[in-house]
Ligand binder design. Structure first.
Ligand code: URA
Length: 239
C-alpha cells in the first residue's frame, strides 16, 4: 500500500505538493470514487484517475546511459533523428532526466519515475552534474572567478560552480576544464564559457551525483541497482 499523493507524483504528471492540491480539490478518483483525504492508502491494483484520466502505475525503472553524439535527448523527434529512448530496450514510458545537447556526450539518467526526475533536476537539491569541456583558448584567473561565482546567461546569474583546469595545450590554444554545477539551464555550460569569451569545442558529462560512466562505452547503458536508487532518493530528501 502507498499514499495516494505519492502514487500520483510517482506517475510523473505532477509534484507531490500539487498532487495534494488535486486530491483536496476533488480532482482525484480511486476506483471511480472521488477521494479528498490526503494520505489515503492505495493498492497497486487500484485504478487512479486525475482530472478524468487514469494514471500509469508501471514498475519504476532507472537507467544510466552513456549518450553518444548525434542522438537527441527527447522521447521523439519530428525530424526523425535518433533519440536516447531508441537506445534503450524497454517499452515502458521512460524519458530522460534533463537534457544533453545533440553534440554533448556522457551520463544521462532515463526513467519513468517522474517524482525522482523532478527532484534531481531541481537546483535546490544541489545534485552535482560534472562536465568536462574542451574550450578554445586559456582561462584567465579572472574568468575562472567569474565562472565560479556566477556569470550572466540569458539575463540571469548562474549559481556557484566548481571549476578546475585539467589540461592546457598552448600549441593548439585549447584547454580542458572540469565544471560542476547544480543547475540545468538550456546550453548552460556552453553559455557560461561563451559569457567569458570562450567557445566550447567538445562537451561531456562525466558524472551525475555519484553516478559516473565506469564500464559504459558510448551508447551503452545499465540499470541502476536498488541501492543506487535509494541513495539518489536520500540525496534529494535530505532537507
Ligand atoms: N550544458 C550545455 O551547454 N550543454 C549540455 O548538453 C549540457 C550542459
Amino acid at each position: 500500500m502507498e499514499r495516494l499523493q505519492k502514487v500520483i507524483a510517482n506517475s510523473g504528471i505532477t509534484s507531490r505538493r500539487k498532487a495534494e492540491e488535486l486530491i483536496v480539490s476533488g480532482k482525484v478518483k480511486v476506483n471511480g470514487i472521488v477521494v479528498k483525504t490526503l494520505g489515503t492508502q492505495v493498492k497497486s491494483s487500484d485504478s487512479i484517475e486525475v482530472n478524468g484520466i487514469e494514471i500509469s502505475r508501471e514498475e519504476k525503472v532507472y537507467y544510466l546511459l552513456n549518450k553518444p553524439r548525434e542522438v537527441i535527448t527527447s522521447v521523439s523527434d519530428d525530424k526523425g533523428r535518433k533519440t536516447v529512448i531508441d537506445l534503450i530496450d524497454d517499452d515502458k514510458r521512460i524519458y530522460p532526466v534533463g537534457r544533453l545537447d545533440y553534440d554533448t556526450t556522457g551520463a544521462l539518467l532515463i526513467t519513468n519515475d517522474g517524482e525522482l526526475a523532478n527532484l534531481l533536476m531541481h537546483p535546490k537539491n544541489e545534485i552535482d552534474k560534472c562536465y568536462v569541456a574542451k574550450i578554445e583558448g586559456l582561462l584567465t584567473p579572472k574568468e575562472m572567478m567569474i565562472l565560479k561565482n556566477g556569470t550572466i546567461i540569458d539575463g540571469i546569474k548562474t549559481r556557484k560552480a566548481r571549476i578546475k583546469i585539467r589540461k592546457i595545450d598552448k600549441e593548439s590554444n585549447t584547454s580542458i576544464v572540469e565544471v560542476t554545477i547544480h543547475e540545468g539551464k538550456n546550453h548552460q555550460v556552453k553559455k557560461m564559457f561563451e559569457s567569458v569569451g570562450h567557445l566550447v569545442l567538445k562537451l561531456k558529462r562525466e558524472r551525475i551525483a555519484f553516478l559516473d560512466l565506469t564500464g559504459l562505452k558510448s551508447g551503452e547503458y545499465r540499470k541502476l541497482n536498488h541501492k543506487e536508487v535509494t541513495t539518489l532518493y536520500s540525496l534529494v530528501q535530505k532537507q
